[in-house]
Design a binder for this molecule. Sequence first.
Ligand code: SF4
Length: 401
Amino acid sequence: MCNDDVYSPLADGFVPARAACARLFAESVSAAGPGDVRRALDKDTLNEKDFALLLSPAASDELETTARRARDETMRRFGRARQLFAPLYLANYCTNRCVYCGFHAGSGLKRRALTPEEIEAEAEALHVTGLRRVLALTGDAPRRTGADYIAAAVAVLARRFSSVGIEVPSQSVEDYARIARAGADGMTMFQETYDPELYARLHPTGPKRDFAYRLDAPQRAASSGMRSVNLGALLGLGDWRSDIFMTGMHAQFLQRKFPGLEIGFSLPRIRPAEADSAFRPSPVSDRDFVQALVALRCFMPHACITLSTRESAFMRDKLLPLGVTRLSAGVCTGVGGYARPTPKNNVQFAISDGRSVAEMAADLEKLGYRPVFSDWLLPGGGDLPLAGALRNALSATGTGA
Ligand code: SF4
């Protein structure tokens, strides 16, 4: 099967393609042997069947070879530059009951939504760390923190940051366009799992229960003019192999449909939520996690890959050469936690890597990498006269950081 079959017709979105992709994965993985994996790795460009092979149990024995290819692809496309950013939690009101999340509607969490003044204070607290890339997050509460609230918050953040991404509930094309006009240049959407039956069990109530509407949210965002789309599954909810495969296929679908779109992935492994829950994740071992990362890198060599502070400092440092290109730093997962400390029991999930932005940047340099704070490609990191003049000109026209 070739991807023309999988994605036919392209115009209908990824929803009809999902089942065909799932079948392709099952067929490819069930017949995979080490020889197939080695043959896939010998190719210049991997197709979707090769990608499935790299995710198969048989490929576990070829992990070092796959990792070498991932390392070489990463160096060729990204060199030693690694972007830094921070998430900014705007609000934690939520009407969903995702069973794995500490912000769910029944958790008893203290709820709040930042005012414009509080968002300004958060932005200032992050800005002084040197970061110029921020990801704004909300829970899913359309009446309190819907598109109007998100667009207004983005407008505040866009005054200080050169890149403002959003990780918010699924929106319509019109609302994505409004948020993009306010200054958002990218969106992150975790499908959580691409298995619709498991998805239904994990999302018993609330607007997020609509699997198909969420699945096509990245397409709606791309249609609205968002420059970049970042996809992911929450690893540990279901079968990580098939969820990573579907994430890669979803990205390939979007890339074919929107050739100018910047595609990225995030690889979150589930962490303990602070709220009580009977949900028990399916553990994803470190070895499996590495296999997921290097398979994705080999399949889509040009894609950004984000590794959050859910992972330990040790893991994040070790995975830098193998495909990771963007890291969060100095992170707080509570609402308003940058300007004021947040109680430990009022965060979405516990983080593993607590390094500050300065510590993260220093550690990257020690490891031979160049921390990148902004999307602007200014000579001398913004220190040269030309860079200063350009920055001032951009600020004066309201388009700069
Ligand atoms: S994962 Fe998001 S939508 Fe689900 S309960 Fe948590 S904050 Fe709400």
